[in-house]
Design a binder for this molecule. Structure first.
Ligand SMILES: Nc1ncnc2c1ncn2[C@@H]1O[C@H](COP(=O)(O)OP(=O)(O)OP(=O)(O)O)[C@@H](O)[C@H]1O
Length: 311
């Protein structure tokens, strides 16, 4: 539903999006992450035909992002940053205007607007003018604007910025509901636990280049291969010299330390099965053995570490 091949955009001879190839399918939530200035918004603008790629191609809902811009926009709902509401009009009027742009009228329009405002928790504020809205309420209205015309592709630029915890939880549930309806969801966010909770796949872009892309398990695996694995082992029945001796010959182990009753083992691969067998062979009882799983936040920090905020 979204696919790009070697998408590139230069500004002042410099690539701010560089050779980007990825795809997002129907019923998939894709988290597009990166530090400030990495090229996320520029990519989103290119997908919507708002910025012309310098080279490369892309399709959204089957339509070419360069030659079929109108069709692309019809197929998309977008929460931009910043959003563009008519502040002097009510939430209801803003959505009404938006529906009309998409050719929705009459009873269908009324039903869609009411239902959508209920869904985002703005039922009681539907006749309030937008300039009286709080930041979080505007954000909710922005989400309503994305979904009101029921497009197949939904794009959100930092959807939960400024939203309270209940609003963020509502947003996550809404995304899962949209996914179940087969929507293609593309979102940027700096809220790692949220991305980890709802995204099927994640891409991290740095200086315009996709550094790592996959589901969370694949990202963890790639990270661990790069950084090494850390195991935590607790053993009964045998003493430390015996434990150390039993695992000393295992290929891949680079260090073994003691910490709070645990053995902390650093290794270049997942050696948990070898460790477990070696300890058992010497009469020891493994009471705990786990491989440390980095959080998405740690992976993000590692992947983006050398990058400074760009001007
Ligand atoms: N119209 C423009 N002219 C020149 N440079 C631009 C223009 N738009 C964006 N850039 C530059 O392109 C780079 C990428 O910007 P972009 O807005 O895509 O980043 P981002 O990943 O969305 O950042 P953030 O997380 O801060 O929103 C930045 O260095 C920015 O200064």
């Amino acid at each position: 539903m979204i696919e790009t091949q070697s998408l590139t955009r230069l500004y002042d001879q410099k690539a701010v999006v560089n050779n980007l190839s990825f795809s997002v399918g129907a019923g998939e939530i894709f988290g597009f992450l990166g530090p400030n200035g990495a090229g996320k918004s520029t990519t989103m603008k290119m997908l919507l035909g708002l910025v012309q790629p310098t080279s490369g191609t892309g399709k959204v809902a089957g339509h070419d992002i360069i030659h079929d811009v109108l069709e692309v926009r019809k197929a998309c709902g977008v929460l931009p940053d910043p959003y563009g509401f008519y502040e002097n009009q009510t939430a209801w009027q803003n959505l009404e205007f938006y529906c009309k742009l998409y050719g929705i009228r009459g009873k269908e329009l009324e039903e869609k607007v009411d239902k959508t405002l209920d869904k985002v928790g703005l039922h009681d504020a539907k006749h309030k003018k937008v300039h009286k809205f709080s930041k979080g309420m505007k954000q909710r209205l922005g989400v309503a604007q994305v979904i009101v015309h029921d497009p197949p592709v939904m794009m959100f630029d930092e959807p939960t910025a400024g939203i309270d915890p209940q609003g963020a939880e509502d947003f996550r549930n809404l995304m899962l509901e949209m996914k179940a309806k087969g929507k293609t969801i593309f979102l940027t966010s700096h809220v790692m636990p949220e991305v980890e909770a709802i995204c099927d796949r994640i891409g991290i872009i740095v200086n315009g280049e996709m550094k790592i892309c996959g589901n969370v398990d694949q990202l963890v695996d790639q990270f661990s291969r790069r950084q090494g694995y850390q195991l935590r082992l607790r053993v009964k029945e045998i003493d430390e010299p015996v434990v150390r001796n039993s695992i000393s010959g295992i290929t891949g182990i680079s260090s073994v330390a003691r910490n709070n009753g645990f053995y902390v083992i650093n290794a270049s691969e997942d050696v948990s099965e070898d460790v477990s067998r070696a300890v058992c062979r010497t009469g020891g009882l493994v009471t705990e053995l786990d491989v440390y799983r980095p959080t998405l936040n740690e992976i993000f920090l590692e992947v983006t570490r050398p990058v400074q905020v760009k001007e």
